[in-house]
Design a protein around this ligand. Structure first.
Ligand code: ADP
Length: 511
């Protein structure tokens, strides 16, 4: 009876689709294993240990690596702690190149006195279940992605070909899903065109959409970049693009995803709004200039004016100057939006320019003391560089006007200019100059929450007294002008503690 039971147990072990192996707990020698286990072992040991040759040898001799850990480490842990360990869905590539998945356990067997005598390993092939689960997940994901109004594309990190495209993306790109699937991302545009995009959009031309996918495949994350997709039939689509690399749990880049949003309609509404703003301001410009001109003429007239009339006329002049300033800012803003804002660069002395603006603004206020400081240069020096003099005057006047407007209690306003020599490492010994200009006031300051938006179009701090006139376009123009000079602007401020606006400019002496 006992013999028959043993026979049955052997038959079960020989034929069951679960691999089982027993090891000596001391030296981890493989004592015995069923055929299923041995064929599993054959998939990742050297040929000399295959076909049962491993029996009688310690697991340490087999040098087995699973995923990121060494099998010997797992054996050591289990043998020492007596606690079983389980590895789920471990991926193993067979010598034939097929990816298989296995669950395995390592447990201890004790003798009658409770000492660990053997280690028992079981392995189960779960490839079919893992594949079915992945396929279902993929299917579910595709069902959702296929319905989205956003275009989604995925490209494989190793091959660089498109591995998924939803119907919306195919529609946006004017191709079929079949045409796009399997296509190399870089093949969608010639190499020269991609090279030309090293400075995307710098020349105002739209960046090819796949350039962003290439960037994502090189590890970059791209957020909300605008570009244009041109179709063969001549239609154009304005799109907003975001792209990012995707990583596996062990940190390897597996693919990159690109999301396309159609913003053609928004762009067209924005365009109409800009055209309206342009027209309205253009129409206002002439009458305002005429009103101001006539008022100035009357004030200067030979015939004596009574004090009341004279003061009314001066008021008209002041208000028309303010109005024409607003009209010009609005026109500048629409020029910027329509890409019609051109800098007239010419060599000018930046130091003389800043000094002149400070002097002319100082006479307009009795409430504030304007102080001009220099660092790294003497006021007798020259700082010749390529700038648009009118635009730079507008920038500094805007900052100084703001410093006065937002310091209603008065106080000192410091305008500083520091010139610096910098050696570029990339260009060897080549040295060039840069300048830092700051306008520091002791006014109401800016809340931390407003600082990231302060240079945005139409943005005004939420806490300012609305009786302080303004439209929120001055700083937007400041930023655009400085950026187009290759510079940067930023602000440091705290409510009640004043603000310091900084302009950093590279001092280019030739184009
Ligand atoms: P405007 O002054 O016409 O509102 P700006 O674009 O020049 O527009 O400024 C935007 C906003 O930034 C202002 O409304 C104000 O809230 C804030 N701001 C600008 N300069 C200062 C400053 N020196 N101190 C405090 N707040 C400022």
């Amino acid at each position: 009876m006992k013999i028959r039971k043993q026979l049955y147990a052997d038959i079960i072990l020989q034929h069951m689709p679960v691999g089982a192996a027993i090891y000596d707990a001391q030296d981890w020698r493989l004592l015995a294993a069923n055929p299923c286990f041995l064929s599993y072992l054959d998939t990742f040991v050297e040929p000399r240990w295959q076909h049962g040759q491993a029996v009688g040898h310690s697991i340490t001799e087999l040098h087995i690596q699973v995923q990121t850990s060494d099998v010997s480490d797992i054996f050591a842990r289990v043998a020492q702690s007596g606690q079983a360990e389980r590895v789920e869905s471990m991926a193993i590539l067979t010598p034939q190149g097929t990816l298989t998945y296995w669950n395995w356990t390592l447990d201890v067997l004790r003798d009658e006195e409770g000492h660990i005598q053997y280690l028992l390993q079981t392995v189960i092939d779960v490839t079919a279940q893992v594949r079915a689960r992945r396929a279902a997940e993929q299917q579910r994901l595709s069902t959702v992605l296929d319905q989205l109004p956003e275009g989604i594309l995925m490209a494989d990190a190793i091959s660089g070909v498109i591995s998924y495209v939803n119907p919306t993306a195919a529609h946006f790109l004017g191709m079929t899903q079949e045409q796009l699937m399997g296509m190399a991302v870089s093949r969608l545009q010639s190499f020269d065109e991609i090279e030309a995009c090293n400075q995307p959009g710098s020349d105002g031309s739209p960046v090819p959409w796949n350039f962003f996918l290439i960037q994502a495949l090189s590890g970059e994350t791209i957020r909300s970049k605008e570009t244009v997709i041109s179709h063969a039939d001549g239609t154009r689509l304005n799109v907003l693009i975001s792209a990012a690399p995707l990583y596996t749990s062990n940190g390897m880049m597996s693919s990159a995803v690109l999301i396309l949003q159609d913003i053609t309609e928004q762009k067209s509404v924005e365009q109409q709004k800009n055209e309206f703003l342009w027209m309205a301001n253009h129409e206002l410009r002439t009458p305002v200039t005429i009103i101001q001109g006539f008022a100035e003429l009357l004030v200067q007239s030979e015939h004596g004016l009574d004090e009341e009339t004279r003061s009314a006329l001066l008021n008209i002049i002041e208000q028309s100057e303010y109005l024409s300033g607003l009209v010009e800012s609005m026109l500048d803003m629409t020029r910027l939006e329509q890409q019609q804002f051109q800098l007239q660069l010419a060599p000018h002395d930046l130091l003389a320019l800043v000094m002149r603006i400070v002097e002319s603004q100082a006479v307009t206020t009795s409430l504030h003391q304007l102080r001009f400081v220099t660092e790294g240069i003497a006021t007798t020096d020259e700082l010749i560089c390529l700038i648009d003099r009118e635009r730079m005057t507008q920038v500094l006047s805007n900052l100084l006007n703001n410093a006065m407007k937002y310091s209603p209690q008065g106080g000192t306003i410091e305008v500083g200019l520091r010139a610096m020599a910098r050696t570029s490492r990339q260009q060897g010994s080549h040295t060039y100059q840069e300048a830092l200009i700051w306008v520091k006031d002791q006014g109401i300051g800016i809340a931390a929450a407003d600082i990231p938006h302060i240079f945005d179009r139409f943005y005004r701090s939420r806490v300012i007294d609305r009786s302080m006139s303004g439209f929120g376009i001055g700083l937007y123009i400041v930023k655009e002008v400085v950026t187009r000079h290759g510079g940067r602007v930023w602000v440091e401020s705290a409510p009640g503690r004043g603000s310091t606006f900084y302009l950093w400019l590279p001092l280019k002496t030739q184009s």
